[in-house]
Design a protein around this ligand. Structure first.
Ligand code: DGT
Ligand code: CA
Ligand code: CA
Ligand code: ZN
Length: 572
């Protein structure tokens, strides 16, 4: 159907919805709806119809025909704009929810005074919808789910996107001499896998100038709010970004406050109160004389309160504050601890680069070793052994060329079959340095069958790493469900390392699972699963997730120098 027909049909549909909400004449509402349907069903481009042809459409008189022309010409119509102005925009947002038509929206407005999504959310929580005739507990449940989906879809952005937007914006700000310091905070600084909005901080002598610099940066779609010390913009990616300008002596306090999490902040503030202080985004103040005792840096604030400074990735009030009070925070793994990368793909399977190209980029990133782990089962099954030997020769040549500055290891990523067996025979697995076993299909097995499958895979003597264990794909797939404890126990018994996959759509295992895995004494491999050289720098995302799971460097096998790692690989 021509695009313009869609546009016209939508305008009439919206007009009908709005008039219905506003309590307009019922017949007129029905008539506009019919026009919308008629135009949506039209095979020809509506803008090519002459007056006679337009008038021949069912339900279209002279007045309607001129409205159609108006939409074709301007994209909207006066009547629609008028109706939009008459109905609160919040109510229009409500009708965007599946399952909530204009009739119900009107009822919610007139009976409960609900005029936007957050009021609707509250009314559902207070179980008010069921008091209206025709609505019930089922409506409440369905709408609650629709609101969650609506918010989830509109608001959260993958961490890699948010990170590159944040770094781009900070770089622009830092170019200017009026900005003396800046940082990102919020969920991005805590390394969460998805980001609701960006929270940026800056300090400098001229806040107003920083604000106008920020709101006129290139690549922004709109300015949502602009004030003297706080502004919000929307980026091209649809991400909303707040920037606050604070004084240098407040920078650490603001950084601490806006990094969160909220739960962490609440607990730290309680500790401050019991010690006779007041902590806010402006600083740490003594209650007795209101004197500022700290605020320029986070370390200073935590220090006065007798706490170690937890890495931002640990600040979720999951026990880190108690450990910080005792001076027993674990030293979580850092990007600088990483010696190599144990999961990558080349043109031998679905990667886009050669072994040599991957090695060069890995070397530039400071890695001392890189395992190429192509999926040789799915791609070249019939002559896998031959392919492996051929790749081995290529690897030897690359290793000779780079003379120990980087060492390429040969591995395979082998598929775990539905029964837990490996998709390649042992005779093939014996040819390589390292075997990653992963699930790529059949995520929907019931928990019992899935657990049996994975436990069996863990006990295979040649498996070194369990790749992206749950197989979750953020935004589209939850991942396999299995009994984590049973799988971790089997893996521990067989010394299989759990992967922390740095692909931003995976970040798997995730934080809670990592903390459980640690209890079984498991070791981890933080890998990029790169399919091109650009992916190799995703390592920091995996490290962030590892930190969120309190994983320390000695627990990560790819923090080891190559000779130590070879001992581990040889044992398998
Ligand atoms: P997001 O944006 O949904 O991914 O998550 P955050 O953590 O970035 O949350 P956001 O942007 O609403 O707020 C940024 C930080 O500001 C948050 O991590 C902690 C702090 N904050 C926000 N609201 C409150 C609050 O009501 N109390 C306290 N103590 N801190 C808050
Ligand atoms: Ca945020
Ligand atoms: Ca925010
Ligand atoms: Zn892979």
């Amino acid at each position: 159907m021509p695009r313009v027909n869609d546009e016209v049909a939508e305008a009439f549909q919206e007009l009908a919805d709005l008039l219905q909400i506003a309590g307009d004449d019922r017949f007129r509402v029905v008539a506009y709806r019919r026009v919308a349907e008629e135009i949506a069903a039209l095979a020809r481009d509506v803008s090519t119809l002459d007056d006679k042809e337009l008038a021949a459409l069912r339900g279209v008189g002279r007045a309607t025909a001129s409205k159609i022309r108006e939409v074709i010409k301007t994209g909207t119509m006066a009547k629609l704009e008028e109706a939009r102005a008459a109905v609160p925009p919040g109510i229009r947002d409500m009708t965007a929810l599946p399952g909530l038509g204009p009739k119900t929206a009107l009822m919610l407005y007139s009976e409960l005074g609900v005029s936007n999504l957050s009021e609707l959310d509250r009314a559902i929580k207070e179980q008010k919808l069921r008091t209206i005739k025709g609505l019930g507990t089922k409506t409440e449940k369905n709408l609650a789910a629709a609101i969650r989906r609506f918010k989830g879809r509109k608001e959260r952005v993958p961490i890699d996107v948010a990170l590159s937007v944040a770094e781009g914006l900070l770089e622009e700000l830092n170019k200017s001499p009026i900005v003396s310091d800046s940082a990102f905070c919020g969920s991005l600084r805590r390394g969460k896998e998805t980001i609701g909005d960006l929270d940026l901080l800056a300090t400098g002598t001229d806040p107003a100038a920083i604000m106008s610099l920020f709101t006129s940066l290139p690549g922004i779609k709109g300015v949502a709010a602009s004030g003297s010390t706080k502004s919000s913009i929307i980026t091209r990616e649809g991400l909303s970004v707040d920037l606050r300008v604070v004084a240098p002596e407040e920078f650490g306090a603001a950084l601490q406050y806006f990094s969160g999490s909220k739960e962490h902040n609440v607990r730290v503030r309680e500790i401050a109160v019991t010690q006779g202080y007041k902590l806010s985004e402006y600083g740490l103040f003594r209650v007795s004389d209101n004197a500022r005792v700290a605020g320029a840096t986070e370390e200073e604030i935590y220090g006065v309160l007798g706490l170690q400074t937890p890495p931002p990735t640990m600040r979720e009030n999951r026990g880190e504050i108690e450990m910080a009070l005792k001076g027993e925070l674990p030293e979580v793994v850092q990007l600088e601890d990483i010696q190599g990368d144990l999961h990558s793909h080349t043109r031998y399977s679905d990667g886009s680069a050669t072994v040599r190209e991957m090695a060069i980029t890995a070397m530039e990133l400071g890695r001392r070793y890189l395992a190429v782990t192509d999926h040789l089962d799915a791609w070249v099954k019939s002559h896998t052994a031959h392919t492996i030997r051929q790749q081995a020769e290529e690897i030897t040549a690359v290793n000779q060329e780079f003379g120990g500055r980087i060492t390429v290891l040969q591995g395979v990523e082998v598929d775990i079959g539905p029964e837990g067996t490996m998709a390649l025979p042992d005779s093939i697995l014996d040819l390589v340095d390292l075997v990653i076993a992963s699930i790529h299909r059949r995520f929907g097995l019931d928990v019992e069958a899935q657990t049996r499958r994975v436990v069996r895979a863990m006990s295979h003597p040649r498996v070194t790493i369990f790749g992206h264990p749950t197989g979750r794909w953020l935004g589209s797939r939850e991942g396999a469900e299995f009994d984590l404890a049973a799988v971790f126990e089997a893996a521990a018994e067989n010394q299989v390392a759990m992967e922390i996959n740095s692909n931003p759509a995976r970040l798997d295992l995730k934080d809670d699972h990592l903390r459980l895995a640690k209890e079984f004494g498991l070791r981890f491999a933080i890998n990029t699963d790169s399919h091109n050289p650009g992916h190799l720098s995703r390592m920091r995302l995996g490290v962030g997730m590892a930190q969120r799971g309190w994983v320390t460097a000695p627990e990560v096998i790819n923090t080891m120098p190559l000779d130590k790692l070879r001992d581990i690989l040889a044992k398998r």
